[in-house]
Design a protein around this ligand. Sequence first.
Ligand code: F6P
Length: 359
Amino acid sequence: MRIGVLSGGGDAPGLNAVIRAVTKTAIFKYGWSVTGIIDGFEGLLSPTKTRQLTSWNTRGILFIGGTILGTTNRGNPFAYKTVVGGREIVEDMSPLVLNNIKELGLDALVVIGGDGSLKIGHGLYKLGVPVIGVPKTIDNDLSATYVTFGFQTAVDTATDALDKLHTTAESHQRVIVLEVMGRYAGWIALEAGISGSADVILIPEIPFSMDKVAEKLTERKKAGSHSSIVVVAEGAKPLGGEMAVREKAADGYVLRLGGMGEIVGSEIASRTGIETRVTVLGHLQRGGSPCPFDRLLATRYGAAAVELIANKKFGEMVSYQPPDITSVPLETAISALRLVDPEGELVKIAEGMGVSFGR
Ligand code: F6P
């Protein structure tokens, strides 16, 4: 048996831990060979963009961020974009991918990815490729698993940032706004906001009123609080307004969100008169060493992916349903995003303790 493994989409802490677990389990338990595909699905467009993975070259990577295989969140082989003569053309390159998978002699392909990469993996599975998915994303927005790896580390990073921002905000009697990632889901903002004791948390699932945010911060000042902390998810939007989009593809697909922290910060300053600063945490949330929870989860996912291959359960994604690692059809995994319930327990306990969601 020869199995391929690739990491697709944005990186997340724990990718190397999955690659290591897949490689070691395949080699030590089953005696298979493992081919690493370089740069996500881009690597499948050329049979030379691969690397033989061994127990030696996957040593010492468990705790290292990023991915030794490289990744990209562009380059969908079903709608591959190139520029010819100054014009963008979109082509279906899946026949080339199928040919290369055959040429590489892959008996199975492990796709480690979020929503977008798993959709591509599912597309390849429908064309006959024996695909297994592993759920990755700091956004934690996949509905078919309790949690994706990378999320917990991102929450740790954002919480650490909030701890630091509290001290400078208090020294200067300021409001500090922290913009965090998460795309259309508010999980990072919500969990880091609660853990980092934010006073206002704005998430995409609860459109906010700027009046309510300003009211809350003014009340806090009147009551004697010298500083306040506001967490803004990059996908948060005002009531009746739009998300802040940084980059869109020609077909309207949102490539990058960002900028809502700045918008909220300047509104706060002008409406309340309180000195306000904005920090955008950005890719710090994606980098660095995975926390122990993510190392363990990623290792369990990688080992479980190999077991699915051994049991020929293709077209499935490994899934964490505490306390077990199970699997779900890829189709289910990509059918719905996992979003914060505006009436759920976390939002309710935060509101019960005086946190404002701007509603
Ligand atoms: O999906 C992970 C994520 O970090 C999102 O939270 C964010 O919106 C996006 O990727 C950023 O992508 P890029 O790396 O292209 O800036």
